[in-house]
Design a protein around this ligand. Sequence first.
Ligand SMILES: Cc1cc2nc3c(=O)[nH]c(=O)nc-3n(C[C@H](O)[C@H](O)[C@H](O)COP(=O)(O)O)c2cc1C
Length: 249
Amino acid sequence: MKTVSQTLLERRSVRRYERETIDDSTMEFIYQAIRNTPTSYNGQQFSVIDITDQELKEQLYQLIGQKQIKTCNHFMLFLADFHKIAIASHAKGIDMPAFTDTADGVIVGVVDATLAMLNALTAAEASGLGTCCIGYARTAAPESVAKLLNLPPLTFVVCGLAIGVPRELPDLKPKQPERLVIHRDRYSSDDELLPQLAAYDDTITEYNATRSGTRTDNDWVSHIVDYYREAMSYRILNALRRQGFDIRS
Ligand SMILES: Cc1cc2nc3c(=O)[nH]c(=O)nc-3n(C[C@H](O)[C@H](O)[C@H](O)COP(=O)(O)O)c2cc1C
């Protein structure tokens, strides 16, 4: 098992995996870490679909893209899930309020599912495995993915996580410096932030031009803003409504 410091500070996304399977005791550790996720109200508003069936992974790859889905050993989908409490309250004759029609209801589900994914990721990384989050699992084809996996109402995919025995060790990506990330007591002024942001943009440009593996001439700012431009075409609100989340307030 890696130390906490190794696990957290030497983590990088791994996108190439060996064909090896992951042993049962390691998977059990990951499942237990998922189960012990801190959640809002202890409502545990999340579920995980752990996918190992190769044919199903290929089908998901056809819908979502991202080759890690078919080459990893376990592809986990982290769902926001109010279905379980809805059927449990119905069974007890308790009215379920329309919390899932509020922005905070959706946020609660996203936070819980995301924390569960981070627990899984950390347990897998500590066990020497490689991981890569797959956000396209939420955005690429939400209706088709929901249908393929029999997702009931009041659930939706928040993110995927590919897990496998690593077949590469990419360079660590430089992250924003501490002064950009940790604001002391109050949010820093733009005058303090801007020089640091410009320096970080240069750091990423240099990293992209010199890293091992595929090199690019991308900077940080325009590359990220391009991602946002692309993401504006996703129709997540429609997909959420079809899953029963009719957000009104
Ligand atoms: C919510 C989320 C969604 C992501 N989606 C994808 C994805 O669909 N495909 C992919 O290759 N990487 C994906 N990533 C990985 C990021 O690109 C990666 O974390 C980021 O570039 C930083 O690199 P690092 O993880 O090596 O530090 C995602 C990461 C997060 C947190």
